[in-house]
Design a protein around this ligand. Structure first.
Ligand SMILES: NC(=O)c1ccc[n+]([C@@H]2O[C@H](COP(=O)([O-])OP(=O)(O)OC[C@H]3O[C@@H](n4cnc5c(N)ncnc54)[C@H](OP(=O)(O)O)[C@@H]3O)[C@@H](O)[C@H]2O)c1
Length: 278
């Protein structure tokens, strides 16, 4: 990855920090994002120590569209090239929360933020081509349904349904992006990282997460293992022309039937464009 620049959203902890670390060790210049300057600088210092790489830090709350726009502007000013964008940030909330834009937080952070950030950085990715967009989905995509009548859980909200919807949306977005940038200059792939021991869901956990996850932690993947598929998609020379795929454990596989619905993908794309139109 020497000479390549990778932007990893949510690089302060969990799978994102392990992804940034792994890619830095492979020689990439990495840029990480987080909401808190001190936490992000501490993560960057750790990645520099472990890799010797150049690590840039960007601070933004990606649940806010103005912050995504501010982040993109700062990234474009600081990074002359972006060879890989890893859309890693995602979260789970057991109860319904609204963002600064008045949008449901799971949908806004997990789907609209990578949708908007990717759009804002697309020209720089194109200029740096061959480039890659890697989006972290989840096996939860399998139970996901896009509820076009109630995308933001206004009529009824469940954390699990909102999360699985957002992770299906990640796939619809990634596959549609692959079709739209189909020149082969930019690839778009998505992945499930495995069940990984991180801070995932800690802000507003479900009862199951509170009661069961502490007992499951010893059996969960480390963040370093959870990052392996992201690192593979970001760096493997064999994948330079592979696009529109879904990977688990470093291998391509099928995602849910609903994720390949091109009509739904186009519809979600259009709605997302309207929702991020600033
Ligand atoms: N853990 C699993 O078992 C698992 C399984 C399947 C899929 N995934 C997916 O993997 C991805 C990473 O999850 P993780 O387990 O590593 O989660 P995590 O430990 O909670 O880490 C989340 C990262 O995102 C950042 N972040 C959270 N909210 C943010 C916001 N509003 N704006 C900007 N940054 C924000 C955090 O940074 P700060 O807190 O410093 O801002 C942190 O760096 C997610 O997309 C998740 O859906 C995880």
């Amino acid at each position: 990855m020497t000479g390549r620049t990778v932007l990893v959203t949510g690089g302060t902890g969990g799978i994102g920090k392990a992804t940034a670390t792994g890619l830095a060790i492979l020689g990439a210049r990495v840029a990480i994002t987080g909401r808190d300057r001190a936490r992000a600088e501490a993560a960057a210092a750790e990645i520099r120590t472990r890799s010797g790489a150049l690590v840039d830090v960007f601070v933004a709350d990606l649940s806010s569209q103005s912050e995504v726009r501010r982040l993109a502007a700062a990234v474009l000013a600081e990074l002359p090239r972006i060879d890989v964008l890893v859309n890693n940030v995602g979260g789970y909330w057991d109860t319904r929360h609204l963002t600064a834009d008045g949008l449901e937080r799971t949908f806004a952070l997990n789907h609209l933020a990578p949708f908007l950030l990717t759009h804002l950085l697309l020209d720089r990715l194109e200029d740096s081509a061959p480039a890659r967009v890697v989006t972290v989905s989840s096996s939860a995509q399998a139970s996901g349904r896009i509820d076009f009548g109630d995308l933001q859980g206004e009529q009824s909200y469940s954390g699990a349904a909102a999360y699985s919807q957002s992770k299906l949306a990640n796939l619809l977005f990634s596959y549609e992006l692959a079709r739209r940038v189909g020149s082969g200059h930019i690839t778009a792939n998505a992945l499930h990282p495995g069940v990984v021991s991180t801070s995932f869901g800690a802000e507003d956990p479900s009862g199951v997460q509170r009661m069961v996850v502490p007992f499951l932690r010893p059996f969960m993947r480390s963040a370093a293992k959870g990052a392996m598929t992201s690192i593979h998609l970001a760096s493997a020379p064999a994948l330079s022309r592979v696009t529109g795929g879904f990977f688990t454990n470093g291998r391509p596989g099928r995602s849910s039937v609903r994720s390949y619905d091109e009509v739904a993908a186009g519809r979600l794309w259009g709605i997302s464009e309207e929702l991020v139109a600033g």
